[in-house]
Design a protein around this ligand. Structure first.
Ligand SMILES: Cc1ncc(COP(=O)(O)O)c(C=O)c1O
Length: 453
């Protein structure tokens, strides 16, 4: 075994050139563009119906059938689908939306333009999803809804979340952007709360271009969603109050899906279940081996639980420095990189409560922060997670021979970590938003100093 280094190290078993990520590498290539998709897009082009709705109507029908939801609506992106879901769930002026402190900003930032506020809850370290107990602690008389995010494909603990929501009369909105096809105890994510919305942009597991979907089982929520931004479906709306604004979307915005995306979506639905089965086999094969190593545990659902990771969007591994005599995550991931392993970056989405938009920015010139409940910082798990999680390769096929070579690199670094200890100068590195944005870092330090919580 060669000595471990962070760069240009002696590599006892370096990964062969083709084992590393390249754009065309079959093992990682995503999204998969099939001949059927190419033809479907050409058909839309040739029929001059890019802005029409017939293909989208068909896609919505098929998407609803696949998820098991009663209604599905196509959107131009996930951000608009989620904003519509918030409005449709009843979020409005003065209300509060509870959202996990770590997720992509589009799980919640739109609430501000609905004149509502965002209140963050901590996450659970094991699942990376919102902590159901912390939801309950954050509820106030103004709380209207909870945004649950099935983060990196892991389903939220809905059996603990739904009773809390029902007890306090809150609507539950699911952000399924990372979890199309994930199951929670055998049930499809997106059908567990009151309404769900998601991104289907091309980096996601369900990738069809710039696009988003909303699904719900509620006629009332569906009608509000239609009137807010998808008025092409007005024929489905029965509520006379809602129909008073017929002709103009209530959002003042137009959210219809581009039909080239709908056409790709119809094709993708044909083989998405098979594709995610392959990903699941590949990732579980990798995770079974990595979980045996000290300090490492892949984020995934328990076997036999009936819960699954869908397409394993942006997979990650827990890092427990206490099992490796305090070796920093920076040192560990640099050693993996030196072994030729791609995709091993510490951290995850930055903690949203660190961003000024949620505690001090006056977006609309009202003389006060747009978020009327300025975010605090009392989120113990969010605050430590960036140094305890790193991204791992997203294998698309169960090519066990090649996956074994990645496992060998992980094994080499994890089992010989002691060689790295004297070289570890990375202990003070941080991977949250403020670490990368010096201006924000100062601001955050001041907040910490002045914090009463
Ligand atoms: C969790 C989550 N929610 C919402 C979005 C926003 O979707 P879009 O980029 O399609 O607007 C994304 C990513 O793009 C996301 O990761």
């Amino acid at each position: 075994m060669g000595i471990l280094h962070f760069t240009n190290g002696t590599k006892a078993e370096p990964l062969a050139r083709g084992d590393c990520f390249t754009r065309g590498d079959e093992l990682f290539r995503w999204p998969v563009v099939t001949d059927g998709m190419r033809q479907a897009v050409l058909d839309v082009l040739n029929s001059f119906s890019m802005s029409g709705t017939a293909v989208t109507d068909q896609f919505e029908t098929e998407f609803a059938r696949w998820t098991g939801a009663k209604y599905a609506l196509g959107f131009n992106n996930g951000t608009s689908a989620l904003k519509t879901a918030m409005y449709a769930a009843g979020l409005g002026a003065g209300d509060e939306l509870i959202c996990p402190g770590i997720t992509y900003w589009a799980s919640c930032a739109q609430a501000l333009s609905l004149r509502a506020s965002v209140v963050f809850a901590d996450i659970e370290e094991e699942t990376m999803c919102i902590d159901p107990d912390d939801i309950e602690r954050r509820i106030t008389p103004r709380t209207k809804a909870v945004m649950v995010v099935h983060y990196i494909g892991h389903p939220c603990d809905m059996d603990r979340i739904m009773p809390v929501a029902r007890k306090h009369n809150l609507k539950v909105i699911e952000d399924v952007s990372h979890a199309q096809g994930s199951l929670y105890k055998g049930r499809m994510c997106g059908t567990l709360g009151d309404v769900a919305a998601m991104s289907c942009m091309s980096a996601k597991a369900f990738a069809i271009g710039e696009a988003g979907m909303l699904v719900t089982g509620s006629q009332e929520i569906y009608e509000r969603a239609v009137m807010f931004g998808r008025i092409e479906h007005i024929k489905d709306v029965k509520d006379p109050e809602l129909l008073r604004t017929a002709g103009i979307p209530m959002s003042g915005e137009k959210y219809r899906m581009h039909q080239m995306s709908s056409a790709v979506g119809l094709e993708l639905l044909k083989d998405y279940p098979a594709r995610i089965r392959e990903i699941d086999e590949a990732m579980n094969y990798f995770a079974d081996a990595v979980d045996q190593l000290p300090g490492l545990k892949v984020v995934r659902t328990a076997k036999g639980s009936g819960s699954t990771m869908g397409g394993w969007y942006y997979p990650a591994c827990h890092y427990r420095p206490e099992e490796l005599e305090g070796l920093s995550i920076g040192a560990f991931t640099r050693a993996l990189t030196a072994e030729g392993v791609p995709h091993c970056k510490p951290g995850c989405n930055f903690s949203l409560f660190e961003h000024p938009l949620f505690f001090e920015t006056d977006v609309y010139g009202e003389g006060h922060p747009v978020n009327r409940v300025p975010a605090g910082m009392d989120y113990p798990v969010c605050n430590r997670i960036h140094e305890r999680i790193f991204s791992i390769p997203w294998f698309k096929h169960p090519d066990k021979t090649r996956i074994e070579r990645f496992i060998a690199a992980y094994r080499k670094v994890a089992e010989n970590y002691r060689e790295l200890l004297p070289l570890d100068t990375f202990k003070n590195e941080h991977y949250s938003l403020t670490a990368f944005t010096p201006g924000l870092s100062k601001l955050f330090e001041n907040r910490r100093k002045n914090a009463t919580v």
